[in-house]
Design a protein around this ligand. Structure first.
Ligand SMILES: C[S@@+](CC[C@H](N)C(=O)[O-])C[C@H]1O[C@@H](n2cnc3c(N)ncnc32)[C@H](O)[C@@H]1O
Length: 333
C-alpha cells in the first residue's frame, strides 16, 4: 500500500540499524512497533523475535496488522474463500450509495462497478463472520485482502482527502482480491488498536520502534474510506467528501507533540528505543535530542532517500526530492 510515511523502502536500513545496536540474536526478545501503519517494520521482525507487539490508532491498520503480524499459522482453504469472493454478484450497499457516482452521495471514490463489488464482498465477509463460518484469522486475512484491493482501484490522487473528477486509469480496472499472504511462524504476536501513550503503560519489552506522524496530516482523515470499509458500520456521510468523525492524533499537532512524545519516552519500559523522524517534521531535531537524552544514552543513524509525496498528481508513485531520514537510538537508563 502506498502509505504516507511508509517505511517499506527503508525497511532494510531500519532492520540493520536495530540489529547492529540490539544484537543479532533476538529470539528471546519482545519487539514493539507502536505506530505500525502498514505493519511493514513488525513484519520484518516477525522471524527474528519471540513476540511482535503491533499497534496503531487507526482501525484499518489494526486489520492489516491482525493479518500480517498476528496471523502465524496456515489457514485451510483460504484460496477457496478468495475465489468465491472474486466471483460474487455485485450489490448496491453503503459504499456504492455513498462513495460512487451512481449512488445518492454523488461522490466518486470508486467506479460504480467496484463500489458494488466492495459492498458485495464486505457484506459476505460480515455474513460469514456472523454465521460463525470463520474464525478471526480468516476474517482479518479476507478483510486485509479487500482493503488492499480497494486501495488499488481508489479514484484518488493518493489519499482519501478528496476524489478525482474523472475516473483515472487504475480506478477503471476491476477490483480483484489478491491473497494478503502473511509469514508462517511458531510464535504468538499481539496487535492493538489504541493510543500509543495509553498502551505504553501496559506493555514492556526489549526494542521499541517509534514511527509517529511527523506533520499535521491526520491519518484518520487521509485514509477514512479504508476505515469505513473495514468497520462497515452505519453513519451518515456528510459534505463533499463524506468524511466521518475521525481520530485526531496529538502527534499531528505542533502544540501537543513535544509533550506527548516526552510522555511516551518517559513511560517506555524498553531497553532500546528507535525513533524514525523526518528532518522537516513538527519536532525539530534539537527538541528530539533534548527530550530523548534526558532518559538515557543517545545515538543516531541516517540515510537519504526519495520521499513519497501525496500531491494532486494522478501518478501515485510520484516522488519528491531527496530527504534525510534519521533514526534516533536511545539506550534507556
Ligand atoms: C508514519 S506512519 C507509520 C508508518 C509505518 N511505519 C509503515 O511503514 O507503514 C504513523 C502511524 O501512526 C499512527 N498514529 C498516529 N497517532 C497515533 C497514536 N497516538 N497512537 C498510535 N498510533 C498513532 C497513524 O495512524 C499512522 O499509521
Amino acid at each position: 500500500m502506498n502509505y504516507i510515511g511508509s517505511k517499506y523502502k527503508l525497511g532494510n536500513f531500519i532492520k540493520e540499524t536495530i540489529l547492529s545496536v540490539a544484537g543479532s540474536d533476538l529470539s528471546d526478545r519482545v519487539f514493539c512497533d507502536i505506530f505500525a501503519g502498514t505493519g511493514i517494520i513488525g513484519r520484518n521482525f516477525k522471524q527474528e523475535v519471540k513476540k511482535v507487539i503491533s499497534n496503531d490508532l487507526e482501525y484499518y491498520s489494526f486489520v492489516l496488522n491482525k493479518n500480517y503480524i498476528e496471523n502465524h499459522s496456515p489457514i485451510k482453504n483460504k484460496e477457496i474463500f478468495i475465489e468465491e469472493l472474486n466471483n460474487i454478484e455485485p450489490k448496491e450497499e453503503f459504499i456504492f450509495k455513498n462513495y460512487c457516482k451512481g449512488g445518492e452521495g454523488n461522490r466518486q471514490y470508486f467506479s460504480d462497478k467496484n463500489g458494488k463489488k466492495i459492498d458485495a464482498i464486505r457484506t459476505k465477509i460480515k455474513e460469514w463472520k456472523e454465521n460463525k463460518k470463520m474464525d478471526d484469522s480468516l476474517y482479518y486475512f479476507l478483510l486485509t485482502s479487500l482493503l488492499e484491493a480497494a486501495d488499488k482501484v481508489a479514484n484518488t490522487a493518493s489519499v482519501y482527502g478528496a476524489y478525482l473528477k474523472h475516473l483515472k486509469k487504475s480506478a477503471q480496472k476491476d477490483l480483484i482480491l489478491i491473497p494478503a499472504e502473511y509469514e508462517i511462524n511458531n510464535n504468538r504476536h499481539q496487535v492493538f488498536n489504541t493510543d500509543s501513550n495509553k498502551l505504553i503503560k501496559q506493555i514492556k519489552g526489549f526494542i521499541l520502534y517509534l514511527d509517529p506522524p511527523y506533520n499535521s496530516r491526520q491519518y484518520g482523515a487521509n485514509y477514512h474510506l479504508l476505515n469505513t470499509i473495514a468497520k462497515y458500520d452505519n453513519f451518515i456521510p456528510k459534505g463533499k467528501t463524506g468524511l466521518p468523525e475521525y481520530n485526531k492524533s496529538k502527534y499531528c499537532s505542533k502544540n501537543y507533540v513535544k509533550e506527548e512524545f516526552e510522555e511516551l519516552i518517559k513511560n517506555a519500559d524498553f531497553k532500546y528505543i528507535f525513533l524514525s523522524y523526518n528532518n522537516e517534521g513538527l519536532m525539530p531535531p534539537e527538541d528530539i535530542k533534548n527530550i530523548m537524552s534526558k532518559y538515557g544514552k543517545l545515538d543516531f543513524a541516517s540515510k537519504s532517500y526519495q520521499r513519497f509525496k501525496a500531491d494532486k498528481d494522478e501518478n501515485r508513485s510520484h516522488l519528491a526530492n531527496n530527504t534525510e531520514e534519521y533514526i534516533y537510538i536511545l539506550e534507556k537508563n
